[in-house]
Write a protein that binds this ligand. Sequence first.
Ligand code: 3HC
Ligand code: NAI
Length: 650
Amino acid sequence: MSVVTTQMHGNIAVVTIDNPPVNAASQAVRQGLMEALHATEASQPAAVVLTCAGRTFVAGADIREFDKPFLEPGLPELLNAIEGATRPWVAAIHGTALGGGCELALACSHRIGAATAKIGLPEVNLGLIPGAGGTVRMPRLIAPIEAARLAVTGKPISASEAHKLGLFDAVAEGELLDAAIQLAKDAAAKPLPAPLLTRDAPEVDRATWDAAMAKLTAKARGQTSPHEAAAAVRDALDHDGVTALGLERERFMRLKASPQSAALRYIFFAERMVGKTPHTKGVAPRPLAEIGVVGGGTMGAGIAAAALLAGLPVTMVERDTDAANAGAARVEGILGGSLKRGLISETKHAALLAKFTTATDYAALAKADLVIEAVFEDMDVKKQVFAALDAACKPEAVLASNTSYLDVNEIAASVREPARVVGLHFFSPAHIMKLLEIVVPETVADDVLATALALAKTLRKLPVLAGVCDGFIANRIMTSYRREADYLLEDGALPYEIDAAMRAYGMPMGIFEMQDLAGLDIGWAARKRRAATRPAHQRYVEIADRICEQGHFGRKTGQGWYLYGEDGKPTRNPEVEALVLEEADRKGIRRQSFEASDIMARILACMQSEGQAILDEGIAASPQDIDVTMVNAFGFPRWKGGPMFQRTTG
Ligand code: 3HC
Ligand code: NAI
């Protein structure tokens, strides 16, 4: 069957695109639309309604075609042809009209959206700018700074906002198709609006524009596409439509061939590939109606809040009443924050709190379908908790641990039915961070794994599957590059130089600033715990221990790797820098000076070799699992794809 079909509804032609899953504008769709245009230009219905079957309006150009030879007709040519139609074309938008889909809607003479529809220009997220008139037509339809906001941030907007801005002519109150046909009939009775491409661009004061663009691109760090998108919209204001379209296309083609776009496209598909495993194919997950959480500290509270925000009732068990109250206060704090930021309404806030209970007795977890343990990182404590869960929970309940490093096989082996134990390693803050490492013990049942994946979906998390080892994927790689950063200190770099090199590479924060933020006492406790089992031949850097011995645990104590003044900003810590030189001297290391690129080359090589070991041991199934983890757990620059992807690009 053709991916584009046309049916008459009275004197209105309804052109339907049906190209699952997201109606991407593939060659077949472009061809089909061109034919539909020719046919309707020949038959002259009163007007045309353009709609999509399935879950969404066109979600963009077909990204999978970007690496293949180009096939006619191109999207820009098609859209110019649609814009030149002699009958009104009404885009009837449901789901998400994104990128090329939004541009298709802009080429139509009218747009109507379902109340739940979203529209936007997310090309920047793929290292691109709109390539089929988005930066040219949009500022000729809505306020240019709003057009730039869409193109530069890549964030889609709601139907009501689109209507307010003038991007949608109407929002359908009832059935979208009926409303679109009515709009088409009304449009047929009036003169056609002038094509956007032929309209003059509005004047925008240069200073206002520059200030707005500086604000919009402030978070881009090393990513170039947001700056390119701002420049493209500026071009569109400075030139006539046709000239601007040519400039936009040139910019788009240059960016399509850029390493940043290749990396961003890679990570786009990698994020959709991970979390799929043959073990759960056709396996039904267990029910997930009620959640239990043990421990109401940083992680327990964050996990409970994440589950509540996803609509799941939560029971939290703590050691005693005081700890339970403290845990409840943390959860209430998080939900209160969501309310304050307008993310949830008063009514929803009250409803979520009503679904939350705390207890000190494990009997409260008797009905839970899945329980996540988030108590202290101590194997004995974890085993006591799992013994209590084994006794109190129903036999089919899934038992999960949020451990950061401990052996989940050993935890599983401690209960009567090891098959129901799985690791669910959330990242802090758990209600915000998207990544969820699902740690797969040897004994896990397939439907338990399927349940863990189903939970990830319900919580809107990005699941990556990891085998059992010390630190799994994320913390194992982090431990190894943190060690490398320590070596670099002794070998010749200072903390601020290493952090600056990492930030210059695109990381949001350097490794030492990050440790100061998390608190140096946590790593210190872990190092003391591991001291007895540390291989004697392994190089060990004592600088962090020395800092902790002086009671300096980072930001919370006012000093750590850095000094923190009233304003909370880190400044170089001369004591630490002296300590670094002292330690190198004590070990007889002749310090050398490093360029930022040398520092980053060593850190990157370390991430890559640990990543390769993780692959060799079967802890991660693919390089994509590692890259998705590094990008989403530690802010590895998305536009570099991840450490493993970097190996392929040199
Ligand atoms: N091209 C090709 N495949 C696409 C695609 C696209 N534009 N968008 C999504 N897909 C694929 C996904 O890879 C996935 O495939 P899989 O099932 O084999 O893993 C499938 O469609 C479903 O996608 P999601 O899992 O992401 O489904 P969701 O429902 O969670 O999200 C979505 C849907 C919001 C549309 C999301 O897929 C998305 O954001 N897509 C990308 C949108 C985009 O960036 N558009 C701009 C493209 S560039 C462009 O248009 C250039 C133009 O200016 C010339
Ligand atoms: P935390 O110290 O903030 O909280 C632990 C909580 O567990 C405390 O409230 C404590 O009262 C409670 N608890 C201890 N023993 C208990 C028991 N027997 N029964 C019930 N409750 C008990 O610790 P945090 O940071 O929340 O860490 C919890 C777990 O999550 C650890 O395993 C940690 O490794 C892991 N984790 C921590 C991350 C972080 O960034 N803090 C990130 C990912 C995982």
